[in-house]
Design a binder for this molecule. Structure first.
Ligand code: CA
Length: 297
């Protein structure tokens, strides 16, 4: 059985085998599910959970695109109850919420996305995120590293400065979201991709500065593509890939007639300071440019 409700434009998804009223979920951006954990003997505890062992955040990241981590708690209580977890983080880092709370049946997990911002005065180092329930505390290290020391997995665009020809009035589509490392279209309008501001007007451009001359030969572009918003109707159709070489933009690849969510463009290596996408057409729906991620190698 699957219920779907929304709160503050963010999906609240409930997957349950027991009778359960989705209206009682009090927090936003949360998911509740009933995992195999129900088989365990009830301990009466609330267990904090995190989607990663540690979080890496880059110094100088665009404030519009904070680091993200999934957090939550699981109830092993014997009866449904209101469950609360405090969220603490070492300053000067800031977290998007200080508490997670919900009515939670036994065996259920409540999940939410936590945004962690790195203010400009932050020093390089390891900080701590603490998820506290009454009985347990889960500590998650947060490594704050300069961009040049970031393990970018070979993606030269990761967390680099992004500029775009326009920005939608809705702040949930910031240009920097195309270089935040999140290639998933799920949660569209939740800060994971760029939507330009000029419907039916072309071209649109979005550029990623590479932080110095870098040899590049490949760009992977992720456009909006979900079951609800398929790329064949909502994604980018035609674009040029350009590299900035000695101060001039040079077209290194072209894509036409695309209907896929992810397109890889390979080209002869060039030494570039920046890479940009010149968007020329989308696949119809409202004719916006919608890009989830741009990876450069
Ligand atoms: Ca993204």
């Amino acid at each position: 059985m699957r219920h779907l409700a929304t709160a503050l434009a963010v999906a609240v998804t409930l997957t349950a085998g027991a009778a359960w009223n989705p209206a009682v979920v009090t927090a936003t951006a949360e998911t509740t599910r009933n995992p195999a954990a129900t088989a365990g003997k009830p301990s009466g505890d609330l267990t904090p959970i995190a989607g990663a062992d540690r979080l890496v955040a880059a110094l100088g990241m665009d404030p519009a695109c904070p680091a993200k981590i999934e957090i939550g708690m699981r109830s092993d209580a014997e009866k449904p109850a209101y469950a609360t977890m405090d969220v603490e983080i070492d300053p000067p880092l800031t977290a998007s919420r200080s508490m997670l709370t919900s009515y939670l049946p036994p065996g259920y997990e409540l999940g939410a996305k936590l945004l962690v911002a790195v203010p400009p005065e932050t020093s390089e180092g390891t900080y701590e995120l603490r998820l506290r329930t009454r009985a347990k505390t889960l500590k998650v290290p947060v490594d704050v590293v300069p961009l040049d020391k970031l393990d970018n997995g070979g993606n030269l665009a990761l967390h680099r400065p992004v500029t775009a020809s326009s920005q939608h009035t809705n702040a949930n589509y910031p240009p920097c979201s195309v270089a935040d490392g999140d290639t998933s279209s799920n949660g569209w309008a939740g800060g994971n991709g760029w939507n330009d501001a000029t419907s039916r007007s072309w071209p649109d451009t979005i550029a990623v500065a590479l932080g110095g001359p870098e040899q590049v030969s490949r760009v992977d572009l992720y456009t909006l593509d979900t079951e609800r918003y398929p790329a064949s109707r909502h994604g980018l159709r035609d674009w040029d890939v350009q590299a900035q070489v000695n101060g001039e933009w040079r077209t290194v690849a072209q894509v036409r007639g695309n209907t896929a969510g992810n397109v890889r463009s390979d080209f002869a290596p060039v030494t570039a300071d920046a890479v940009r996408i010149v968007a020329l057409a989308s696949n119809g729906a409202n004719d916006y440019t919608r890009i989830i991620e741009i990876e450069v190698r």
